[in-house]
Write a protein that binds this ligand. Structure first.
Ligand SMILES: *Cc1c(COP(=O)(O)O)cnc(C)c1O
Length: 388
């Protein structure tokens, strides 16, 4: 028998309210369907420059070393760590969810001496405990996740900056979920190295990891005694392609950069402040509606992320069956719990283009039906919170 190739793909049109990817605007998908050009084509060099300018604007920075790495958010994480860590360096990681744990693991693999302090999942970092874990000794890096997508917590950065100053450390921040959803203001907050991803609040497909290094972080990079352990992620090499020299390192994922260009353009056209306000209103509407359904958000209001809400699964409910029902009846995706929250929580994303009041109303009604709850005023509660 000869091999029969499968039929062409016809992906379903989902509504993505999970922890990422989020819904992608049509114009971003269309940008990816534009003609491919070479990675040194004058047209493409312009796309790179414009993308970088827009990225700086969205990050709130003037950092020269600012560009998207080829790879997903985790590649951004590895980039920050492997470029800033030399074997034996001391790295302090605040762990309050899955992604802080991943940072610690990446730093260990890069040969760092890693000290962690684990705070309660679903709460902001206990900075006093982190300081105690540091034991008054000097550190090279302090690492923290700005928006913990596994728990739904927004972490204030100022106390971490203060701690990093006291320890003589650079501050490395995971902004995968926070970028373009809540304020970051890199320069104002004194962040030394940041990485993000494209598929969360930027509403671009997964595949790029924006990174930015402060002048101090670049200086650290330049003063390394050992080469960066990963050739592919070595910023000193890649910066020569994104900088004036345009030296070939690896072939840029042309179509992904087109997509990023369009998504950043949409973010700045909407306006950063307006986009952040939309995430807040939609997140508040979702929480109000969930509470009207009798569901309990897991994070206290003052520490909640607007773009990712974690809610407890009621006793006796098969959470995966509920998610399956939403997907099959409404084409609606929400996320399950990660790590210790597996089976016990739903994670509902309202990121980027997915952050609409219409999506919230659909999700609330879907949950009401899937949980066989009676008539409720969840929609009214959501609309009232949205209007505030
Ligand atoms: C999604 C996410 C990551 C990992 O990004 P990938 O694109 O899945 O590699 C890292 N940190 C946080 C906070 C995230 O939400």
């Amino acid at each position: 028998m000869t091999f029969q190739p499968p039929a062409p793909l016809l992906p379903p049109q989902r509504i993505l309210m999970g922890p990422g990817p989020s819904d992608v605007p049509a114009s971003v998908l269309q940008a990816m369907a534009r003609p491919i050009v070479g990675h040194l084509d004058p047209f493409f060099l312009r796309v790179m420059d414009e993308s970088r300018d827009m990225l700086r604007e969205v990050l709130g920075t003037t950092n020269t070393l600012t560009f998207p790495m080829s790879g997903t958010g985790s590649a951004g994480m590895e980039t920050c760590i492997v470029n800033l860590v030399e074997p034996g360096d001391r790295v302090l990681v605040a762990v309050h969810g899955v992604f802080g744990g991943r940072m610690a693991e990446v730093a260990r693999r890069a040969g760092a001496e890693v000290v962690t302090s684990e705070s309660s999942w679903g709460r902001a970092v206990d900075v006093d405990a982190l300081r105690a874990a540091a034991g008054g000794e000097a550190f090279d890096l302090v690492c923290v996740v700005h928006a913990e997508t596994s728990t739904g917590v927004l972490q204030p950065l100022a106390p971490l900056r203060a701690l990093a100053d006291d320890l003589g450390a650079l501050l490395v921040v995971d902004a995968v979920t926070s970028l373009a959803g809540v304020a970051i203001n890199l320069d104002e907050q004194g962040v030394d190295a940041v990485y993000s991803g494209t598929q969360k609040c930027l509403s671009c497909p997964p595949g790029l990891a924006p990174v930015s290094f402060s002048p101090r972080a670049v200086e650290r990079l330049e003063r390394r005694k050992t080469p960066v352990q990963s050739w592919y992620l070595d910023l000193s090499l890649i910066a020569r392609y994104w900088g004036g020299e345009r030296a070939y390192h690896h072939t840029a994922p042309i179509q992904m950069i087109y997509a990023l260009h369009e998504s950043l353009r949409l973010v700045l056209t909407e306006g950063l402040a307006a986009r952040q306000a939309r995430h807040e209103r939609v997140g508040a509407a979702l929480c109000a509606g969930l509470q009207a359904l009798g569901l309990k958000p897991l994070v206290p209001p003052e520490e909640r992320l607007p773009m990712l809400t974690t809610v407890a699964v009621p006793d006796g409910v098969d959470e995966a069956a509920v998610r399956r029902k939403l997907l099959t009846t409404l084409n609606l995706e929400i996320g399950g719990g990660l790590g210790p929250m597996k089976g016990r929580a739903w994670r509902i994303g309202t990121m980027g283009s997915s952050a609409t009041i219409a999506n919230v109303l659909l999700c609330l009604e879907g949950l009401r039906a899937a949980l066989s709850l009676g008539a409720s005023d969840a929609a009214a509660a959501a609309l009232a919170a949205y209007a505030e």
